[in-house]
Write a protein that binds this ligand. Structure first.
Ligand code: ZN
Length: 828
C-alpha cells in the first residue's frame, strides 16, 4: 500500500494541458481464479506537444505488456503505480496488459465469497484514485473519455456496467460505448446476480444483488423502484436536460465501504439497504435519500464533473441538498429534513469544530490523498446546509435557473465552483461570490445567543456568516402545554450587529432549522426546555433543542448528568423515531460510555433502559409505532446489566420481545452481543447462532460477539485478527466494535496502550479503508482519561503515520478531549 504515489494538483494541470483522451477500450478477464484478473486497456489520445512525455496510472500485481504506437516499452519502468511515457505523437494508441489483484477492502476490484452458498461476486470501486487498480488510465477527473468495456466472466454470471450490456457468447459480455466520463466513475459488477428489471420514462432500470438475498430484494423492489421513478420524475421536472446515460442499474454489493457510489448507469450501494431484518421507517427514509442522492449525481458530478478534487464538496453538498429536498417533496418520506437536523447535521457541526476543520470549499487541495480526507461531515452536511441557505437567499427559481445554465454550459465536461457562482450571479443578480466567500471559504460555525431580548451573533474564530432563518415564540396554553405563538423571519448580516427579538416563554432562534448555527437560549427559555422540551409541538423545533443540549455537553457547558435528566424527562413521550434514535445514541455512546466517570455509568445505563422500557410500554399494541419499538428494544438490550441477563435469555429462547418485535437476525445478534459482554453467553451460543444462519452478516455478528467476551484469550485473538490479520473491512469493523466494552475497562487496560503502538504499522500495512476502521470504531474512546489523551498525542507525533490514520486520530482525539472535559464537569 505504501508504495503508491499520490497525484498532485500541479501534475494534473500539466497532464490536462498535454493530453486529450478520446476513447478507452477496456477488456477484463474475470476467469483467472480468485487472486487476480486480467485487464487489457487500449487508450487513444491526442497530445498537444508532440515529443513530450507524461505518465500513465496503473497499479497491477504484474504488468505484462505496454505498447505505445506499436513500440513495446520496458515494463520495469513502472514505479509506485506510475508508468512513464515519452516521445508522444500528436495521435497515440497505448495498449496495456496487466494482471490485477482482487481486493478485500472495497478498493479497486473487490471479491467476495458468499458464506451462504459459496458463490463469488466482484465489483469495482474506482473512486477516488483506485481506478488504476482495475485498468490503466490517466486517472484525473478532467481527462474524460468514452469507455467501451468488454468482460469475460464465468458462464453463469451476470455482468453490469455503466451502459447497456449484451452477452455476445456464453461468458462474453460487451457494453455500449459510454458518453465521455471520468475514470473514477467506471464500474463493473459481476457474479451470479439476482436481478429485478423494470422501465420508467424510456429508461431501463435494474436492481441487482447476490443470489442469497434474492427474496429480500424481491420484497423491497417495489419501494426501491418507486423511489427511483419519483426521483427521475422530479429531476426531469427541475432540470432542462434529461438523464444522460442509457440505463440505470442499482447494484447492492457486499462489504461496501460507503453508502453508495454514483457510477453513471451503474450505481453501487451498500447491501444493508436490502433489509434482511425489520427496520424503522427512518432507515427506509435514509435509503430513499441515498437513492435520490446518487440520482442527483447523474447530473451534478457525472454529466458535469468537477475539474479537480477541490470541488468534491460541491458534488456531495449538491447531491445531499437535492436528496433531502426531493425526498421531502416527492416521496412518502415528508419528514426528511428532521432526519437532516437530528442526524446528518450533527456530523457537520462536529466536523466543523475540530482541529481538522476545513472550509466547505477549500482554496486548494494539493493531492488525491488530501482530497480523500475531505470526504466528511463538512463536505456533505455543512455544504448541504450552506446550499439550503443559498436557496433561501436566492429563491428556488433563480437557483435552479443558474444550475440549469451551468449544466448546459458544461455537459459531458468539467467545471469549477467559480463557473457555478457566475451562473447563479447571472440568474439572480446577487453577489453570490461574496456570499460564497463567507459561507464556503471559511471554517467554523456561528453561535446565536439570546440574552435580554437580543440575539448575539458570534463565532469562535471571529469570522461571521449571513443567515436567513426564523425565530419561534412559544407560549403556555391554559392546559400547561406549549404552542407556537408566532414565527418571525430573521435576516442576520455578517457584521456581528445581531438583532433585537421579542421574547416568550420559549424563544427559539432557528426553530425551523433553516440555518447552520449553534443556538444558546436565554435562561428563561432554557428553564422551559428543562420542564417542557417534550411538549414543544413540532419535531423540527425539538430537534434544534436536542442539538443545542447536545453541543452544550460536547462544549463542556452542560453536565452529562443534566443531559441524561433531559432524556429521562422528555424522551419517553417522544413520537419522532429520528429523535428517539439519535438522542438515545448520543446519550449512550458519548454521555454514558465516555463523558461520565465510570462510577456513574451503571446508574446512567439503568436510567436509559428505564426510558426505553417506558417507550415500549407506551407503544404496546400500536403497529404503526414499530419504528419506536425497534429503537427502544435495542436500547433496553444494549443497556441491560447482569441482573437482566435471564430476561434476555428468555427473549432469545422465545424468539420475541413480549408485545413485539420478533427477534430477527439483527436483533438476535444484538442481544447475544450483550449477553457475551456480560459473560452470560459464550462460544456455544455463538456457534449455534452462526450454524442457524450461516450468512455474512452472521459472520460479522459472531466476530463482534467473540471479540466482546470478557476473557483475555478472546481479546488477544480479536487483537491479532484486527492488527495482524487480513480481515475484510466489514469483519474488521465488527471485531473492533466487539473489542472495546466499557464494562471491561480493567481487562482492556493493557490493550489501550498497545493500540497507540500498533495502529501506525497496521494502518500502513492495510491501507486507508482499514485505517479508517481502526481509528473510528477501533478507537478506545471509552478510556476518556488524560493518559489516553497523552498516548494519542504521542502517536500523532509519529511522522510515518499514513494520512487516513492521522486524520482519524486527530478527529477522535478531539472527541476524547471533549469527553475528558465533560467528565471533569460531571465530577464537580
Ligand atoms: Zn454523493
Amino acid at each position: 500500500m505504501a508504495d503508491v504515489t499520490v497525484l498532485t494538483h500541479a501534475e494534473a494541470v500539466e497532464r490536462h494541458r498535454l493530453l486529450d483522451v478520446r476513447t478507452v477500450h477496456l477488456d477484463l478477464d474475470l476467469t483467472r481464479g480468485r487472486e487476480v484478473f486480467g485487464s487489457t486497456t487500449v487508450i487513444r489520445f491526442g497530445c498537444t506537444a508532440p515529443g513530450a512525455g507524461t505518465f500513465l496510472d496503473v497499479k497491477p500485481s504484474r504488468l505484462r505488456r505496454v505498447v505505445l504506437n506499436g513500440r513495446e516499452l520496458d515494463g520495469d519502468a513502472l514505479r509506485a503505480g506510475r508508468f512513464p511515457l515519452t516521445g508522444l505523437a500528436a495521435e497515440n494508441e497505448l495498449t496495456v496488459e496487466a494482471d490485477m489483484a482482487y481486493s478485500r477492502t472495497g478498493e479497486g476490484m473487490h471479491r467476495f465469497t458468499d458464506p451462504a452458498d459459496g458463490e463469488d461476486y466482484v465489483y469495482t470501486q474506482s473512486f477516488l484514485d483506485d481506478g488504476p487498480r482495475v485498468f490503466a488510465c490517466f486517472d484525473q477527473p478532467d481527462l474524460k473519455a468514452r469507455y467501451t468495456v468488454s468482460v469475460t466472466a464465468p458462464r453463469p454470471w451476470t455482468v453490469v456496467g455503466n451502459s447497456t450490456g449484451h452477452q455476445l457468447a456464453p461468458g462474453r459480455w460487451e457494453f455500449a460505448p459510454t458518453p465521455a466520463i471520468s475514470s473514477y466513475l467506471v464500474a463493473v459488477v459481476a457474479g451470479p446476480l439476482h436481478s429485478v428489471r423494470a422501465e420508467h420514462d424510456g429508461i431501463p432500470l435494474g436492481l441487482h444483488c447476490r443470489r442469497s438475498l434474492a427474496a429480500d430484494l424481491d420484497a423491497e423492489a417495489a419501494e426501491l423502484l418507486e423511489t427511483t421513478r419519483q426521483g427521475f420524475d422530479h429531476y426531469h421536472r427541475v432540470f432542462r436536460r434529461r438523464f444522460a446515460f442509457d440505463s440505470y442499474d442499482q447494484c447492492f454489493v457486499p462489504e461496501f465501504n460507503i453508502g453508495a457510489m454514483e457510477n453513471p448507469g451503474c450505481v453501487t450501494l451498500r447491501e444493508d439497504y436490502v433489509f434482511r431484518s425489520a427496520v424503522p421507517d427512518t432507515k427506509r427514509e435514509e435509503r430513499a435519500m441515498v437513492v435520490v442522492h446518487e440520482m442527483a449525481h447523474m447530473w451534478f458530478g457525472d454529466l458535469v464533473t468537477m475539474k479537480w478534487w477541490d470541488d468534491l464538496w460541491l458534488n456531495e453538498s449538491f447531491a445531499e441538498y437535492m436528496a433531502h429536498h426531493v425526498t421531502a417533496a416527492s416521496t412518502r418520506f415528508t419528514g426528511a429534513w428532521t432526519g437532516f437536523a437530528a442526524g446528518r447535521k450533527t456530523w457537520g457541526y462536529d466536523a466543523d469544530q475540530r482541529p481538522s476543520a476545513h472550509p466547505v470549499a477549500p482554496a486548494t487541495v494539493d493531492d488525491t490523498a488530501q482530497a480523500l480526507q475531505n470526504f466528511d461531515g463538512i463536505s456533505y452536511a455543512k455544504g448541504a446546509a450552506a446550499l439550503r441557505q443559498l436557496v433561501a437567499w436566492l429563491g428556488e427559481e433563480a437557483f435552479l435557473a443558474g444550475v440549469n445554465d451551468h449544466l448546459d454550459a458544461h455537459a459531458f465536461g468539467n467545471a469549477t465552483l467559480d463557473d457555478l457562482l457566475r451562473a447563479l450571479t447571472a440568474t439572480s443578480g446577487r453577489d453570490v461570490h461574496g456570499w460564497a466567500d463567507r459561507w464556503l471559504r471559511t471554517t467554523g460555525v456561528d453561535t446565536l445567543r439570546l440574552t435580554d431580548g437580543r440575539i448575539e451573533h458570534t463565532s469562535a474564530d471571529g469570522v461571521l456568516r449571513p443567515h436567513r432563518l426564523t425565530v419561534g415564540h412559544y407560549r403556555r396554553t391554559s392546559e400547561g402545554a406549549l404552542e407556537l405563538a408566532d414565527r418571525v423571519p430573521l435576516d442576520l448580516a455578517a457584521d456581528g450587529a445581531g438583532a433585537r427579538v421579542d421574547t416568550a416563554e420559549l424563544t427559539l432562534p432557528n426553530d425551523t432549522d433553516l440555518g447552520f448555527v449553534k443556538v444558546r437560549l436565554d435562561p428563561g427559555s432554557w428553564r422551559t426546555v428543562r420542564t417542557s422540551l417534550g411538549a414543544v409541538p413540532e419535531e423540527l423545533a425539538r430537534a434544534v433543542l436536542w442539538n443545542a443540549a447536545r453541543d452544550q455537553v460536547r462544549d463542556g457547558e452542560l453536565a452529562p448528568g443534566a443531559y441524561l435528566d433531559l432524556v429521562a424527562a422528555h424522551l419517553p413521550g417522544e413520537t419522532s423515531v429520528h429523535l428517539a434514535d439519535t438522542v438515545l445514541s448520543f446519550a449512550r455512546e458519548f454521555v454514558a460510555d465516555c463523558a461520565l466517570p465510570p462510577a456513574g455509568r451503571p446508574a446512567a445505563l439503568a436510567a436509559l433502559a428505564g426510558v426505553c422500557r417506558t417507550l415500549l410500554r407506551r407503544t404496546e399494541g400500536e403497529p404503526d409505532r414499530t419504528g419506536l419499538r425497534l429503537v427502544a428494544v435495542r436500547g433496553v438490550i444494549g443497556a441491560a446489566d447482569a441482573g437482566q441477563a435471564a430476561e434476555l435469555r428468555d427473549w432469545l429462547a422465545a424468539g420475541t420481545v413480549p408485545g413485539g418485535p420478533v427477534l430477527d437476525p439483527d436483533l438476535r445478534w444484538h442481544l447475544l452481543l450483550r449477553l457475551c459482554v456480560l459473560g452470560a453467553a459464550g462460544e456455544p451460543e455463538i456457534a449455534a447462532e452462526l450454524a442457524a444462519d450461516p450468512s455474512d452478516t452472521s459472520e460479522e455478528g459472531a466476530a463482534r460477539c467473540r471479540a466482546a467476551l470478557p476473557d483475555p484469550a478472546a481479546k488477544e485473538a480479536a487483537w491479532q485478527a484486527l492488527f495482524h490479520g487480513e480481515l475484510s473491512t466489514y469483519l474488521a469493523d465488527a471485531t473492533a466494535r466487539g473489542l472495546w466494552q466499557p464494562e471491561q475497562a480493567e481487562l482492556l487496560d493493557g490493550l489501550t496502550a498497545r493500540y497507540f503502538e500498533e495502529l501506525g504499522p497496521a494502518a500502513a500495512r492495510r491501507g486507508p479503508a482499514l485505517a479508517r476502521v481502526l481509528t473510528a470504531v477501533g478507537f478506545p474512546l471509552f478510556a476518556a482519561t488524560e493518559r489516553t489523551v497523552r498516548a494519542a498525542e504521542a502517536c500523532l507525533a509519529d511522522p510515518d503515520l499514513i494520512v487516513a490514520a492521522r486524520r482519524g486520530l486527530v478527529d477522535q482525539l478531539d472527541t476524547l478531549r471533549r469527553a475528558v472535559r465533560a467528565r471533569a464537569l460531571a465530577g464537580r
